[in-house]
Design a protein around this ligand. Structure first.
Ligand code: FES
Ligand code: FES
Length: 161
């Protein structure tokens, strides 16, 4: 079975016919061509596929595209404006929160979701918010520092999450 979905994807309205069993991850990467969202474990274990649905982090490998009809979906491609990095992207850049980079889009979206809800999170809240994301390279300390740096930019009002 297929159905028509209407959503706001990275700020733009879209109307698409999708199969009932099409995963949001495959819709984004293969139908729309937004390959910033990564396929990792493909089973809800790594967080590489994290996107925001109505500002809440969701694992797109466990989400059916049909269920986001009427919702607002943001991928890593939505961040930054006019060539300027978002606060979280600047944090990862300044604090070297990325090494091989494969996990980075998922982490960045999970961090963006956290900071949209809570612009000044404690370290404990940051660790809890990133509990579904796995990185094989960084050891996580740099990632925590990246979120704290981003939070500082938000408090100065010089960037958006
Ligand atoms: S690819 Fe979705 S959690 Fe790993
Ligand atoms: S930077 Fe390599 S897996 Fe995270």
């Amino acid at each position: 079975m297929a159905r028509v979905i209407e959503l706001t994807l990275n700020g733009r309205q879209r109307l698409d016919a999708v199969a009932d069993n099409l995963l949001l991850l495959d819709y984004l990467r293969e139908r729309v061509g937004l390959t910033g969202t990564k396929t990792g474990c493909d089973g809800g274990e790594c967080g590489a596929c994290t996107v925001l649905v109505d500002d809440t982090p969701r694992l797109s490998c466990l989400t059916l595209a049909a269920t986001v009809s009427g919702r607002r979906v943001d991928t890593v491609e939505a961040l930054g404006e006019g060539g300027a990095l978002s606060a979280v992207q600047r944090g990862f850049h300044e604090k070297l929160g990325s090494q091989c980079g494969y996990c980075t889009p998922g982490f960045i979206m999970a961090c963006a979701g956290l900071l949209r809800r809570n612009p000044q999170p404690s370290e404990e809240e940051i660790r809890a918010a990133l509990g579904s994301n796995i990185c094989r390279c960084t050891g996580y300390v740099k990632i925590i520092e990246a979120v704290e740096f981003a939070s500082g930019l938000l408090s100065q009002g010089v960037a958006r999450p």
